[in-house]
Ligand binder design. Structure first.
Ligand code: NAD
Length: 253
């Protein structure tokens, strides 16, 4: 078994965060489950089935006091923080003209400030552990989408925060990386179920012609967290079935 580490995963009540928590727990690590909805976190803890390995810290990543409480509770329980997975995120579809200031604040507070809050709060412990951070960006943080202006803004910020943090924290032995998933089958995209024409368009654009499953993203997160990635920092790894390999033109042949 690999060395037991303590790993905070934000937004781990569902989707990619839940898949990451299950993977890290299966690998023998301590996992800290964070999210806003207690019963979802309890269900993940029950699925893991090992209470000694799991700490639930209910709270909103945009609330700095709640984040500091999570850091304190993690140290009290496990004595260290080795890895932080900044996964919590929200999406509100809106094109630029119809988008609102209120939505702008809501999305940026969770998707960008949440990453900043959790990373800042855990930094002294990550320094001690020579740990690492994995941010969950998106292909929407590598290029623009139609009708997702604020989400694109937030994920672009997460991608570049990843690079800048990697530069600043390398001297402390802390690695910072990100994954950039394309369409993944989670609660966030569940509204697309039954929209066959939209799903068909995605299948045409994604070379591997399907959505990702949450565990396919979690496995890349687990790699970035591991010793195998010990010389990898400042990268944004697309987990996108080849989507970002294309310049956007249709097949010419
Ligand atoms: P999801 O909705 O299942 O998971 C997001 C989780 O974050 C939820 O459990 C939610 O409760 C939690 N969360 C939301 N706001 C929070 C807050 N303020 N504080 C704490 N927790 C909060 O969807 P998902 O697809 O698993 O999303 C995970 C991450 O992956 C997000 O950052 C999302 O932007 C990113 N992503 C998703 C896709 C996709 O197609 N599903 C693609 C690329 C990137």
């Amino acid at each position: 078994m690999t060395e037991c580490k303590t790993i905070i995963i934000t937004g781990s009540g569902s989707g990619i965060g839940k898949a990451a928590a299950l993977r890290f727990a299966k690998d023998g690590h301590n996992v800290v489950l964070n999210g806003r909805t207690l019963d979802k976190l309890e269900a993940v803890r029950d699925e893991i089935g090992r209470d000694d390995q799991v700490l639930i810290c209910q709270g909103d990543v945009s609330d700095n006091e709640a984040v500091n409480r999570m850091t304190e509770e993690t140290i009290n329980r496990f004595g260290a923080i080795d890895v932080v997975v900044n996964n919590a995120g929200i999406a509100i579809p809106d094109d630029f003209e119809s988008s609102s200031h209120n939505d702008f604040d809501t999305i940026i507070n969770v998707n960008v400030k949440g990453v900043y809050n959790v990373s800042k709060s855990t930094l002294p412990h990550l320094k001690t552990a020579k740990g690492n951070i994995i941010n969950v960006s998106s292909v929407s943080g590598l290029g623009g989408d139609w009708g997702m202006c604020i989400y694109n803004t937030s994920k672009g910020a997460v991608s570049n925060m990843t690079r800048a943090m990697a530069l600043d924290l390398a001297k402390d032995g802390i690695r910072v990386n990100a994954v950039a998933p394309s369409l993944t089958s989670t609660e966030m995209t569940s509204g697309m179920k039954g929209n066959d024409s939209l799903i068909k368009k995605f299948e045409e654009r994604i070379p591997m012609a399907r959505a990702a499953q949450p565990d396919e993203v979690a496995d890349v997160i687990a790699f970035l967290a591991s010793h195998d990635a010990r010389f990898v920092t400042g990268t944004i790894i697309p987990v996108d079935g080849g989507l970002s390999a294309s310049n956007g033109q249709p097949p010419l042949g």
